[in-house]
Design a binder for this molecule. Sequence first.
Ligand code: 13P
Length: 303
Amino acid sequence: MGWETIREEIIALKEKRNAVILAHNYQPQEVQEIADHLGDSFELAHLAASTDAETVVLCGVRFMAENAAILAPNKTVLLPEKYAGCPLAETITADELREKKRQHPEAAVVCYINTTAEVKAESDICCTSSNAVQIVNSLPEEKVIFVPDRNVARYVAARTDKKIIPWDGQCITHQRVTAEEIKKVREVHPDAMIAVHVECPPQVVEQADYVGGTSGIAKFARESKTSKIIIGAEMGLIYRLKRENPGKQFFLLSPGLICPNMKATNLEKIRQALVNMEPRITVPEKIRKQAFKALEKMLTIIP
Ligand code: 13P
């Protein structure tokens, strides 16, 4: 089947299933083009919670589809590639978090959004790349267990008076960027600005001109007066940046910035998902209710 036919089928199936296609900023070009909405983890959670559609096709990784299922239990949530996981989310289990809570009973628990539903169910509040510092500072507790990304934990710790108790998780894609690469790029492109994802290692974050989440980087790129911007985030973001800023140049900071899980979704898988209404993502009700509280609290503090 040709691309055009697949696209037309998806559009017809979307209508038939009363579906909305939500895609993460790291998705491949063809997925970004067919999506109704494109966003970062926070925006996708928000959109899933507020859409009128009966079916949500979440083009991203499993935890994003789980968020949609947690926030919108009456909708059918489809993840076109069922094996699209997040290695960062898999660095901590609910049992491990329970043990950490036993060690620090006085601490609040903040989970980064890249976590399983079970881990969210054990957390007091969720946060994302766009609001981590604000969420931590909103809590009354002086100590905060922050899971699972150690780089984001360190970034937050430098911007709060609270004691941050981190977990040793990391995003294997963002972690690949090195301090040497950023130094080299500065030498080769002294006229460029460098924007990096907050999950990058601290030595990279310290040298960047802008640090944030994927939509934060997109906003920085739109507003920046500089016409050359080096991106320290997964390569999928470059497509959105080029489309939104035709007069500017974007380069990837490191060739290692490719996430195979984010690249696992394509048009044919979206079409099949809408034909079969599978793979469907559901969360057991007891866990869903607990995880809902952590996500809802975040959405209440940052609407
Ligand atoms: P954003 O929330 O910044 O889009 O990041 C999501 C993600 O999965 C990065 O690893």
